[in-house]
Design a protein around this ligand. Sequence first.
Ligand SMILES: *Cc1c(COP(=O)(O)O)cnc(C)c1O
Length: 253
Amino acid sequence: MDLAGKASIRENYEQVLEQISRSARRAGRDASEVKLVVVTKGHPLEVVQEAVEAGARCFGENYAEEGAAKIGALGRAGELEWHMIGHIQSRKARIVCEHFDFVHSLDSWKLAERLDRFAAETGKALPVLLECNMSGEASKFGWRAWDEENWPALETDFARILELANLEVRGLMTMAPFFFEPESARPYFRNLRRLRNQLVRRLPGGNWNELSMGMSGDYEVAIQEGATMVRIGTAILGARQIAIVKNELGGSG
Ligand SMILES: *Cc1c(COP(=O)(O)O)cnc(C)c1O
């Protein structure tokens, strides 16, 4: 932590892995049930490369073009895995399908149809998570899941998505509101798990195994509540340089 550069990313990465194991064990879970997605948005290639050298293999990006540029430079086949975790504008659906291995942020029927169409063209099924807005915050994307009375309506939408031949639904994703006290995020994670458990019963034909929840500030709580994927940027890579990267790439998202 006290050293700049490589040593510090490596140290942070190892500390986060340890903390993931510890949180899992405390929750009576196995560390292998929790996948770490290192969030590289807003960081230049050199930083991603340092994370690769530290042992990271699974990365998350928020913007289609920024991600595609990094994927083009670093490659993916058999080695690195790239997850799209940010809101996807419809016109970026093709880029996402062509470059990314996994989508956490499927948040509308329209986007589902487009991703399905482009996935068909690229000849591969695309694994997706359905992003749920559990807080009702207007700044957040996702299916309207903060009010339980709306859950039956979600089931109708999700059932249609399950029928798309080129998308493979794997579970749900959410972002809790920001709190200084991580414990405050717990009800949002718990509700996502409750919604998932209800979907297991109501739409048993689907695969609802994955719960993508937890970021730098709240991943320990998320793991206690059943997260199978945590998306962590700052705690491993430090502060982002979004403006620089966006300029280099001519803007994105
Ligand atoms: C940026 C981002 C993260 C990572 O946030 P940190 O606080 O840097 O760990 C995780 N998930 C999503 C959807 C993000 O946009």
